[in-house]
Write a protein that binds this ligand. Structure first.
Ligand SMILES: [Zn+2]
Length: 157
């Protein structure tokens, strides 16, 4: 079953939230700010930013920050995700760990919108590639993925 498609107004709000979420970034080492925003099935928007650590491996990405916030507060179904950085081309996509983390909570047809740092309100387009956004589904970003359903498969040792 597919989730309902977000409206263009919801996409605009989601993108604005992903851009604003960068303000919460703690990136003293990489100086690479990332902001993410999730649209929950009940219409809430939850933001996250990357949070680095002096022990580099302990850092956490914006997407996982947003998901951890949302899921721990009781929201675990999402209609769309937006990701932004300070890079003007809309080419910054979730890293491999985040794609897998998103897979736990989102259907494979969930749209993931990658947003340019110079995005202006109203520029969202439903087409896959706009000037300031690129939208791909989770399934496109993480083909042949392993998710909760695979653990239900019959096993014959
Ligand atoms: Zn990541």
């Amino acid at each position: 079953m597919s989730a309902p498609t977000p409206t263009s107004e919801q996409y605009e709000s989601l993108i604005a939230a992903a851009l604003a979420a960068k303000e919460g970034s703690y990136a003293p080492y990489s100086k690479f700010r990332v902001g993410a925003a999730l649209l929950t099935v009940d219409g809430q928007i939850i933001k996250g930013a990357n949070i680095e650590n002096a022990s580099y491996g302990a850092g956490i990405c914006a997407e996982r920050t947003a998901l951890v916030k949302a899921v721990s507060e009781g929201s675990n179904k999402f209609l769309a995700i937006a990701v932004s950085s300070d890079v003007p081309t809309p080419s910054i996509s979730p890293c491999g760990i985040c794609r897998q983390f998103i897979r736990e909570f989102c259907a494979l047809d969930t749209p993931i919108v990658m947003v340019s740092s110079v995005y202006q309100a109203g520029e969202y387009t439903a087409s896959k590639e706009g000037d300031t956004t690129v939208t791909m589904t989770l399934g496109e970003l993480l083909p042949m993925s392993f998710g909760p359903g695979e653990l239900e498969l019959e096993r014959r040792p």
